[in-house]
Design a protein around this ligand. Sequence first.
Ligand SMILES: [Zn+2]
Length: 319
Amino acid sequence: MKKAWKKLLGFAIIIGVLFLAACGSDNASEGEEGSSGDEPIEIVTTIAQIGEPISQIGGDLVNVETLMGPSVDPHLYDPTQGDIATLSEADVVFYSGLHLEANMEEPLESISSEKPVLAIGETLPKDVLLEDEEEPGAPDPHIWFDYNLWQDALDAAVEELKEYAPEHADELEEGKQEYFAQLEELDEEAAKLQDIPEEQRVLVTAHDAFNYFGQLHDMEVVGLQGISTESEAGVSDVNDTISIIEEHEVPAIFVESSVNQDTINAVIEGAADNGMEVEIGGELFSDAMGEEGTEEGTYIGMYKHNIDTIYEALTGGDE
Ligand SMILES: [Zn+2]
């Protein structure tokens, strides 16, 4: 009797191992299994600025899927049938909120009765949020460009995970502390932006994603299309921008990986007609990050890329 039981147990272990091996090969990026052999928490996020840090913090405890990949514009993104299925299978869902993922709000709202769904940007106190100049009263959702605020928003996500899996609270806290310590690098990296001559510390981009960045790093920010890419830039926006560029002798303006560059080209052409030469200073990551597996596919790497690109273009490339 005892022997038979042991045999059965042996069988069960083999099946268990095979099952785990099969799961592991499903997702190469999350190869290792959870510490105690239990299932990772299935987390779905809208933007990678949430997904990538949470996968760093959670490590083997979590399996993170991000719906909006590189160069996807969250303002205009429509959920697919596949996204709805992915959301329905998630244990916990995080999104940024403050109307960033405008067309996702309905499905996110509707599944929030079934599982934890948190708009991490909406956990911040209202008085730290900047206002959308074109829509008084509406908050500017691009808070990941203030890494101090983004840290607080990510903190709220981690607290939600601790509530979901209290048995892993200590490990989650440890992962969080480690990750937040890495964020401190960004402050050191950003210090050089202060070396750009004050007059030329002007950041011109296609859409108004960089107001938190400008506030944090003492830069004037000009976005042609407003806070959301839903509104298009008009002739007067282009002309106003050209005037600002001329006034400040701004040497370069920037395209964004997730936004059409037509308006930026219109500004460059318009300035050229006025005898002023402006370059494209490079591509910034605004609402989407870089390819997964690259430096720019991480929140920290994306932010550093933006700092370096802005610094080099506005100082003429001298380190
Ligand atoms: Zn945006």
